[in-house]
Write a protein that binds this ligand. Structure first.
Ligand SMILES: [Zn+2]
Length: 459
């Protein structure tokens, strides 16, 4: 044997043997053994290898770790623990707020690799003193935000993120000025548009204009929650395709759940909401907290809860389930979780944080055959790695970070569900192990002692 690590005297830190590696670069499935040392993939070989720790992956697939380029995990360990159990090994956050406190916590070691995007809506606006989300920034404030955005870019931000629905005061000039900064550093902007449903359609235009004027790459976030409602998805995809045909770099992503959770008292359920969501009614709302948990709503209960218990969590089954497949079929639509938007506590929240990838691979690939396994894996590994400039992970190759998911394509499935039906943090089935930076972080659905193998990543 040529490699001295092939003998028992000098084994790798870890050897993954007998499995099938998903080569997302060559788009092939190859029988190879993987030798890992110091957190890196040191050897990829058909020869026999040994390791201080050996994982037998007989009959299983070995994928690069999944990259969640849009989540709200933001340094929260509980959410990250849910994410790693479903195969997520890297996440980008910061749309709402990734405070310096949570950054330093991540720098001390974190469950997964965590990078950040610059939040226009919260961090930048607040930093220049804008507390009213409806107030447009003046020109001095915009240039102060531009300076700050440059500093974040220098520090290693992966993108600039706009949550326009939450800061309606944002002007076109503000989006334009910050997008120029993103372009300067060749990083994308990520955008939640100003409205949802059919109303969202008119707001693509300003973002397309920004792309035309600046040449910036655009990631339209979470199509399903935005336009998977009221029949708007096909129209949204058409708008994106027209823009792409003009040579603009506009892409999108989607989740794989057709419902979302919100408090019954929020603006979402203001008078007339049923119309905005197409053919829906109060009976499409599953009560997810309080004494009525597990019951579907009705008009009377809706009024009572909304006026007297506005904090009651409801799960709104108002999205078009077929819109998920429509979006997944497009090569310019990737998958992100948008996970844990809300309280980061056990059993609270929505299932994206624990089930997105197994649902993609189990329901949409295996059961419904919407896209191929290779296409699905690429959408959650190498493609986002390239798009966001995450260089050390995203495919299995010698020299890359050992971020790896070992799973059974015949059984992988999500088990998390909305409160009232199940638990949003139930781990999936079919994942044998998840490896973060060469350390086995998850084994058969359980966290191991290696819960701090992740690190803070910068571009
Ligand atoms: Zn989001």
């Amino acid at each position: 044997m040529s490699d001295k690590k092939n003998n028992q005297k000098n084994p790798y830190d870890m050897a993954i043997v007998n499995g099938t590696v998903i080569d997302v670069v060559q788009e092939k499935f190859v029988k190879k053994n993987i030798g890992i040392t110091n957190g890196k993939i040191e050897k990829l070989t058909t020869e026999k290898i040994s390791g201080k720790e050996v994982i037998d992956a007989q009959g299983l697939l070995i994928s690069p770790g999944f990259i969640d380029f849009h989540s709200h995990v933001d340094g929260n360990s509980y959410s990250a623990a849910c994410l790693v159990k479903q195969g997520g090994t890297t996440t980008l956050g910061g749309e709402r707020e990734l405070s310096s406190k949570s950054i330093s916590r991540v720098e001390d070691g974190f469950v997964i690799n965590q990078g950040f995007s610059i939040s226009q809506s919260f961090v930048l606006r607040r930093a220049v003193g804008i507390t009213n989300p409806k107030r447009p920034a003046n020109s001095e404030e915009i240039s102060a935000m531009v300076d700050l955005a440059r500093r974040f870019m220098e520090y290693g931000a992966f993108a600039i993120c706009f949550g326009l629905e939450l800061v309606p005061g944002t002007s076109f000039d503000e989006i334009l000025a910050l997008s120029k900064v993103a372009k300067e550093y060749e990083r994308p902007i990520m955008v939640h548009l100003r409205k949802d449903g059919k109303e969202a359609l008119q707001y693509f235009e300003e973002i397309i204009q920004v792309a035309e004027l600046t040449g910036v790459s655009v990631q339209i976030l979470q199509l399903m929650y935005m336009v998977g409602i009221g029949g708007a998805m096909p129209m949204a995809l058409e708008i994106i395709e027209k823009a792409r045909a003009k040579g603009l770099d506009i892409m999108a992503d989607s989740g794989v759940y057709a419902a979302y959770s919100a408090c019954i008292g929020t603006g979402i359920f203001e008078k007339g909401w049923e119309k905005e969501y197409g053919d829906t009614s109060t009976e499409d709302l599953l009560i997810s907290s309080g004494i009525h948990v597990g019951e579907y709503c009705n008009d009377e209960l809706f009024e009572t809860l909304r006026s007297e218990f506005p904090e009651t969590l409801v799960t709104a089954f108002v999205c078009d389930p077929e819109a998920i497949s429509m979006a997944l079929k497009k090569d310019y639509v990737y998958v992100s979780t948008n996970a844990a938007d809300g309280p980061h506590y056990p059993g609270i929240g929505a299932p994206e944080v624990a089930g997105t990838y197994p649902r993609l691979l189990g329901k949409y690939v295996r059961e419904e055959k919407v896209i191929s396994l290779m296409e699905a894996i690429k959408k959650i590994t190498i493609l986002p790695a390239k798009r966001f400039g995450i260089r050390e992970t995203g495919h299995i190759e010698e020299g890359m970070n050992a971020d790896i998911v070992i799973f059974d394509e015949n059984t992988i499935i999500d088990r998390a569900d909305f409160i009232g039906i199940g638990r949003p943090d139930t781990p999936p089935e079919g994942i044998k192990a998840v490896i973060v930076n060469g350390k086995k972080a998850v084994e058969n659905g359980y966290l191991t002692e290696n819960i701090c193998a992740g690190r803070f990543i910068k571009r």
